[in-house]
Design a protein around this ligand. Structure first.
Ligand code: ADP
Ligand code: MG
Length: 441
């Protein structure tokens, strides 16, 4: 396997996009997913694409791999425009589709077979990749005998065995348990730094700020709907990087600030776009979780840093983000680069008894598009009931099936708690709460 020099000054451009835009055909016309993406991946760098779920990260990665064509704009590899699969890339996915009837060795060889490499060379190259990625001794094991971490190693080996110029990774650690993920990340960095890594650049898609700061030389923060590059940040911390250092934390905070769009630290109200179903996905946060967080925040009358709060609770910041987003969406909290604090209504909500808490929640939900849509739609029916399919169709314009399931799950939880409507799982029907029927909006 070829290795590249350990000196990694930003080198020649390998992969680039120019004014790349991508739309998907939806029921309502074109749904723009990416708009005007300009990026260049250079020899010797690890670039993280960081963005929330639905910001188009996977779509961008698929365009770079040449698996889907851009709607407008170009992807070039070594200066040549792609018209099909990119010969210089290989992909690692969140979970890897390993063929259960093939051994580790055979699974790794698959990629080479597809590229027409003769059997003997395949065997040698696969053994080398297996060795590199720490799968030594597992060559003849079958996927079902492997732990999640080992299976993901096979995924890495299968991508690395073709010695791609650019390794593309789509949330490769997010299906693994925390310790396994941390271990694999560490090994990856070690290999990269030792110069043994058989690729010249890595593009890592992630929604974890810490993961991006831990691994990348450059972080591109994507905005959602449509996905654009909001900011680019260079990470110059030496590797291996330690999470609990001032510099690391400062950088995580800075990226968080960029992601929440308040990097300038101003309080000037900027024009807030009207909330719609499409631009306001519900964060995956249950009522219990967000109420619990509100109670904890009530003990911090001053703004508290999210990192400190996560430490206090023994959680990671990424686990708090959906809850914080939910509190913000409901108007119960405000968050910025310096931290999160309850609003007056939030303080009231945290201290309220169950009935008052439900009333405050119902009033706050009026600003939540999906909950509001469900309530007003139910009001417009004769009998105050509607099938879930109706809302699925509404959401299908802007969300995938998986996202729709999450969106409706959260809206059901919130609406039930607020006593706005109930949901019957068997008949898949929403029903307006009787109390709501007399007080039509
Ligand atoms: P991310 O990886 O950042 O979560 P994706 O690239 O998977 O985002 O998706 C971005 C948006 O594009 C989502 O709103 C999703 O619904 C939409 N989308 C993705 N793939 C398709 C597709 N094949 N057809 C229609 N819409 C899609
Ligand atoms: Mg994705």
């Amino acid at each position: 396997m070829t290795t590249i020099a350990a000196t990694r000054a930003p080198g020649a451009a390998l992969l680039a996009t120019e004014r790349l835009s991508k739309s998907y055909a939806g029921a309502d016309g074109e749904l723009p997913v990416l708009a005007g993406i300009d990026l260049t991946i250079r020899q010797g760098e690890i670039v993280a694409l960081l963005g929330r779920s639905g910001s188009g990260k996977s779509t961008l990665l698929r365009c770079l791999a040449g698996l889907i064509p851009p709607s407008t704009g170009t992807v070039t590899y070594h200066g040549t425009e792609l018209t099909g699969p990119n010969p210089g890339t290989a992909m690692v996915f969140q979970t890897f589709a390993l063929l259960p009837w093939l051994t580790v060795q055979q699974n790794v060889e698959l990629g080479l077979e597809a590229r027409g490499i003769p059997p003997r060379q395949r065997t040698a190259a696969a053994l080398q990749a297996i060795d590199l990625i720490g799968l030594d001794g597992f060559e003849s094991a079958y996927p079902k005998e492997l732990s999640g971490g080992m299976r993901q190693r096979v995924g890495f080996a299968r991508a690395l065995v073709v010695e791609p110029d650019v390794l593309l990774m789509d949330e490769p650690f997010s299906a693994l348990d925390v310790l396994t993920a941390e271990n694999l990340r560490g090994e990856l960095v070690e290999l990269w730094d030792s110069g043994q890594f058989p690729t010249q650049a890595i593009v890592l898609v992630t929604h974890s700020i810490e993961e991006a700061v831990l691994l990348a030389d450059r972080i591109l923060v994507l905005d959602s709907r449509p996905g654009t590059i909001r900011t680019e940040l260079a990470v110059t911390l030496p590797r291996p990087r330690l999470r609990d250092t001032k510099d690391f934390e400062a950088l995580v905070d800075a990226v968080y600030a960029v992601m929440t769009g308040r990097e300038r630290g101003t309080t000037t109200p900027t024009a807030v776009p009207r909330r719609t179903l499409a631009n306001t996905p519900l964060p995956p946060a249950g009522v219990d979780g967000l109420s619990g967080l509100a109670e904890i925040l009530a003990q911090h009358p001053e703004q508290i840093d999210l990192g400190d709060l996560a430490d206090e609770l023994g959680l990671e910041v990424k686990h708090l983000l959906p809850l914080v987003d939910a509190l913000e969406l409901l108007g119960f909290a405000t968050a910025d680069a310096r931290g999160v604090v309850l609003t007056d209504t939030g303080v009231e909500f945290a201290a309220a008894d169950v009935q008052t808490s439900k009333q405050l929640f119902a009033a706050a939900s009026d600003h939540v598009p999906l909950v509001r849509t469900i309530v007003t739609s139910l009001h417009r029916t004769q009998d105050g009931t509607l099938r879930a399919g109706f809302f699925r169709d509404l959401l299908a314009h802007d969300y995938t099936d998986e996202q729709i399931a999450t969106q409706l799950g959260v809206a059901t939880d919130w609406g039930r708690y607020a006593e706005l409507y109930s949901y019957d799982t068997l008949s898949e029907e929403y029903q307006l709460d009787p109390a709501q029927r007399v007080t039509a909006p």
